[in-house]
Every structure is written in structure tokens, then in C-alpha cells.
Design a protein around this ligand. Structure first.
Ligand code: SAM
Ligand code: GLN
Length: 284
């Protein structure tokens, strides 16, 4: 028999020795999910004993974390925009920085609402598309991805969060399989330059899908395509919002300017002070 206090302490020490940057938090989150309880209950009942079977099952989870697997894949979910998103290794784990893109979109559209037609390119877990469908209750969202596995996860997230009826999940390359024009284009496309991939943290490299991350030699291959075709696919006055990577601001600004069809080009920093969201308006 092992009690919760002992197991949390031992797990945190173990994970710290393996280089986790947040060993105590990892231990709490893993155990809380494993026991299907919340953090408050863990704190209030430190003397509760785990059965031998529970202790063995939990040890297998800790072992996965020791080998570098992100906590979100082990517990099968990640919080984004205060909602729980199911995740598995078919999808990128939604990042807090991506909430800045949502905030930026809502800054333009929230009070207006209306029948917006939105496309979320490379939807992954569905994080962006599902949140926009919830926040803009009259919008219809086409969510695309090349990965069928990702679309399955995104579809389940849309269902759980009550927006499946206003979303369409479509497999394909960028805009290729979704005809027509949009009021709003949103995307967090892959943006890691191929030769910078090896610099990503081990947990990202070894567990998250490469196809969600790598974007050609300069990391802007997807931005280039989306900005080019977006000029045709946005209705006049429509807007485009793209997450961008480190050092991409000038390049993305040039791509928008050279296309000629865009105005109101703007950038927003994330809470770490990095330029993170690019936006522009299709000239009418
Ligand atoms: N939107 C999600 C988010 O913000 O958490 C996932 C973003 S992830 C960085 C990029 C996604 O684009 C991945 O799900 C990947 O499968 C998808 N993707 C890669 N190439 C694509 C393409 N040519 N067309 C559509 N989606 C693509
Ligand atoms: N922000 C992600 C990372 O640093 C990259 C996401 C992307 O390529 N769009 O791992």
C-alpha cells in the first residue's frame, strides 16, 4: 500500500531527476487524472492508500513521463481556452500562445457576430475552430487537415463542446477540398524551419507529429501558400489571422504586402513578448 502523499513526493523526485521542468505539477496532474479526481481531493486526502493495482497502473504512467512523453498525451487531454480538449499523438497539443490568436479574432468579430463563414486550416485537435464556433454562435466553421487521425479527434472535440452541427471536418491540403469564399481565414500552420527542428524540446520531437511542425527551409512555406490563395478565398473586407513563429514578422509582412490584395496588416505579441499573430484585411 502507498499513500497519496508518499506517491506524489516520490514521483516528483523521480521526474525531477529525469529533467522535467515541472515535476510536482506533473505528478499532481498525472495522479489526479489517474484517480479520476481533482487536485483539491488529492490535497485533502493525502493519507488515502492506492491499491496495488492502482499503484502499478500509475507507475506505468510515471514511466511514460520519465521517458519524456508530454503529460497531455498520457492523460489524453489538454486545457485550451478553459475547455478540455481530447488529444492523442495524432494531434499537436494546443499551446497557450494560440489563445492570443483567438483573442485577436474576437477583438474584431465578437460584438458583430453575424453569419460568418470561417475556415480553420490545419485544425489539429480542433482547438481554434471549436473555440471560434462557441464564441461566435452564428458562425459556420470548415476545419481542414491533411491528417485523418487529427480530424477524428477534432470531430469528437466539436461534439463534446456542442458545436459539431456548425462545423464541417474536411480532409485535404490547405484550401483544396473546400470550395467558395470565406469571411474569415484562421490558421496555426506548421512553422518550424526544417533545420531548426532538432532544436525543439525532446518531448516535442519524439512525441508530437512532425507534419504539424515542420514547414520547409524557412518555416514559412504554409504562410506563403495560405496568404497567396487567401487573396482569392477571402470575401472583400474579410480577414485572415495566422499564428507565426520566431523571427517571422518581417517575412510575413512582406508576403502580405507583395500579394497586393491586403490592407490593415497587423501583428500581436504573445504574453512572452514574441510576435505571434499576423492579421490582415482583404481589400474590398
Ligand atoms: N490548429 C491546431 C492548434 O492550433 O493547436 C493544430 C496546429 S498544428 C501546428 C498544424 C496542423 O496542420 C497539423 O494538424 C497538421 O496535420 C496540419 N497540416 C499540415 N500540413 C497541412 C496541409 N498541407 N493542409 C492542411 N493541414 C495541414
Ligand atoms: N509553437 C509550436 C512549438 O513551439 C509550433 C507550432 C507550429 O509549428 N505551428 O512547438
Amino acid at each position: 500500500m502507498t499513500d497519496i502523499r508518499t506517491i506524489l513526493h516520490r514521483t516528483a523526485c523521480d521526474l525531477s531527476a529525469c529533467g522535467s521542468p515541472s515535476p510536482r505539477l506533473d505528478a499532481d496532474v498525472l495522479l489526479m487524472h489517474f484517480l479520476k479526481t481533482d487536485r483539491l481531493q488529492l490535497c485533502m486526502h493525502p493519507e488515502r492508500n492506492l491499491s496495488e493495482e492502482e499503484a502499478a497502473g500509475f507507475a506505468r504512467w510515471v514511466d511514460r513521463r520519465r521517458r519524456g512523453e508530454p503529460v497531455a498525451y498520457i492523460v489524453g487531454e489538454k486545457e485550451f481556452w478553459s475547455l478540455r480538449f481530447e488529444v492523442n499523438r495524432e494531434v499537436l497539443i494546443p499551446r497557450p500562445e494560440t489563445e492570443c490568436l483567438i483573442e485577436e479574432v474576437l477583438g474584431f468579430y465578437s460584438p458583430v457576430g453575424g453569419d460568418l463563414r470561417i475556415i480553420d486550416i490545419g485544425t489539429g485537435s480542433g482547438a481554434i475552430g471549436v473555440v471560434l464556433a462557441r464564441e461566435l454562435p452564428t458562425a459556420r466553421v470548415a476545419a481542414t487537415d491533411v491528417s485523418p487521425g487529427a480530424l477524428t479527434v477534432a470531430g469528437r472535440n466539436a461534439f463534446v463542446h456542442g458545436v459539431a452541427e456548425r462545423m464541417d471536418f474536411i480532409q485535404g491540403d490547405l484550401f483544396a477540398t473546400v470550395p467558395g469564399k470565406f469571411d474569415l481565414i484562421v490558421s496555426n500552420p506548421p512553422y518550424i524551419p526544417a533545420d531548426a527542428y532538432h532544436l525543439l524540446p525532446r518531448g516535442v520531437r519524439e512525441f508530437e507529429p512532425q507534419a504539424a511542425l515542420i514547414a520547409g527551409p524557412d518555416g514559412a512555406a504554409f504562410h506563403r501558400e495560405i496568404i497567396r490563395e487567401g487573396a482569392d478565398r477571402l470575401k472583400g473586407g474579410g480577414r485572415i489571422f495566422l499564428e507565426i513563429g520566431a523571427g517571422h514578422k518581417e517575412l510575413v509582412e512582406t508576403l502580405f504586402r507583395e500579394e497586393g490584395a491586403y490592407g490593415n496588416i497587423g501583428f500581436r505579441k504573445d504574453y512572452g513578448g514574441m510576435d505571434r499573430v499576423a492579421s490582415a484585411r482583404r481589400k474590398a
